[in-house]
Design a protein around this ligand. Structure first.
Ligand SMILES: Cc1cc2nc3c(=O)[nH]c(=O)nc-3n(C[C@H](O)[C@H](O)[C@H](O)COP(=O)(O)O)c2cc1C
Length: 408
């Protein structure tokens, strides 16, 4: 069977005729041949991306208890096998904030995407749009908002960190509006930075500091290096022009380190709400009280998230908190979910427990590091295929039918 490579004119609708027409095979570039699951992409990314950036993507904070809990708690949830249901026609499409998507999945905001693969943000956005799902651009991207807007055909979501320099925050919101971003994703769980040991050990900096160990590391990834030589940018694109001496890497790094604002509070959320007339998604909610407060502050959606286990180590897994949050606020705001989603089965589990859709972080970052745009497309198609097979084997024909009944 041939893999159908989506183009801008061939955006998947979500309708799948069983047996699934989407198989990752002959049309994929040689470097992605034989990759059938996210773990395959992860292994390839580990070989192709310099260690400093692979570790940055992979790691959780401190002892990584929350990182592990996200995956372990998902895996514990068992799905109910159903037989003799006609599932010859399936529909994986749904809507997120009124936008039709071919799959209940969006790409999560990821800092330093352009260090996984040259111009990574543009490539990931293109792959998401071709697949008919939202792409979220991080404040801490390498490409700028304008770089991505210019290179892609449709609106994307923009993720905002509120920094101490509120004038700069306002200008970011205005730039996102000028770029016609269709939603603002306000991340509220990073007012101080959880430590990732690997980043400290590796001396993570953007672009990489040229120490002997890093030079060796980069030299052993010639493909990555060759592509980087033609990349649009080497440092944080959204900050360029704002930080004095933004061409000096140290100036940018120092500015960022001092800009995260420990004073961030709900009145800032109200301020952002007043600046942004469009859809507002508050990301980083992990309990019912905060979920209710987000609704009150005017959020259209929340993301139940612990930042992929990268912030408060010791926090519960997101999937363990999802049901009570969805129950408490699901009728007021759309409840999105992230943390540990590595398969279509995981998407099914989260939807069964009350999520409208999942954001995926590492699952697509591995695809990006493994094969750029084609790698991200492969990651999305893997999730699509796994979800459609899982829907079939649980006797579920459409996303709207997914609820607690698909669980044991
Ligand atoms: C490499 C990496 C960079 C991230 N950068 C950001 C960021 O800039 N802004 C943000 O809101 N979340 C960021 N996150 C968190 C993700 O948006 C998302 O919450 C998390 O990755 C979900 O968990 P998962 O990776 O297990 O799917 C980042 C996560 C990773 C793995």
């Amino acid at each position: 069977m041939e893999r159908v490579v989506p183009t801008a004119l061939d955006i998947p609708t979500g309708m799948v005729t069983m047996p699934d027409r989407v198989t990752i095979s002959s049309a994929a570039p040689q470097s992605l041949k034989g990759m059938t699951c996210i773990e395959d992409l992860r292994r390839a990314a580990r070989r192709r991306v310099p260690r400093v950036f692979f570790d940055y993507a992979e790691a959780g904070s401190y002892a990584e208890q929350t990182l592990r809990a996200n995956r372990a708690d998902l895996e514990r949830i068992t799905l109910k096998q159903r037989v003799l249901v006609d599932v010859s026609q399936l529909d994986t499409a749904t809507t997120i904030l009124g936008e039709t998507v071919s799959l209940p999945v969006a790409l999560a905001p990821i800092g330093l995407g352009g260090m996984q693969w040259a111009d990574g943000e543009i490539l990931a956005c293109r792959a998401a749009q071709a697949a008919g799902i939202p792409y979220t651009m991080s404040t801490m991207s390498i490409c700028s908002i304008e770089d991505v807007a210019e290179a892609v055909g449709k609106p994307f979501w923009f993720q905002l960190y509120v920094m101490k320099d509120r004038g700069f925050v306002r200008s970011l919101v205005e730039r996102a509006a000028a770029a016609r971003c269709s939603a603002l994703v306000l991340t509220v769980d990073l007012q101080v930075l959880g430590q990732r040991h690997a980043d400290v050990r590796n001396g993570l900096s953007v672009p990489p500091a040229l120490k002997p160990r890093t030079i060796l590391d980069i030299a052993s990834r010639p493909g990555w290096t060759a592509r980087m030589l033609t990349a649009k940018r080497w440092t944080f694109g959204n900050l360029a022009g704002h930080v004095k001496g933004a061409d000096s890497v140290k100036a940018v790094a120092d500015w960022v380190a001092h800009q995260f604002d420990a004073a961030l509070n709900w009145s800032d959320v109200e301020w952002i709400r007043s600046l942004w007339p469009g859809k507002l998604i508050i990301k980083g909610i992990l309990n019912v009280d905060d979920a209710r407060a987000a609704g009150k502050a005017g959020a259209d959606a929340i993301v139940v998230s612990n930042h992929g286990g990268r912030q408060l180590d010791g926090a519960p897994s997101t999937i363990s908190m999802l049901p009570r949050i969805a129950e408490a606020v699901g009728s007021e705001v759309e409840v999105l979910f992230d943390g540990g989603v590595h398969s279509g089965q995981d998407v099914m589990r989260a939807l069964a427990l009350g999520a409208r859709a999942c954001l995926v972080g590492r699952a697509y970052v591995y695809g990006l590091g493994a094969g750029g745009e084609a790698g991200v497309a492969t990651a999305i198609e893997i999730l699509r295929k796994e979800l459609s097979v899982t829907m079939a084997l649980t006797g579920t024909r459409s996303v709207s039918e997914i609820d607690g009944r698909v669980l044991n």
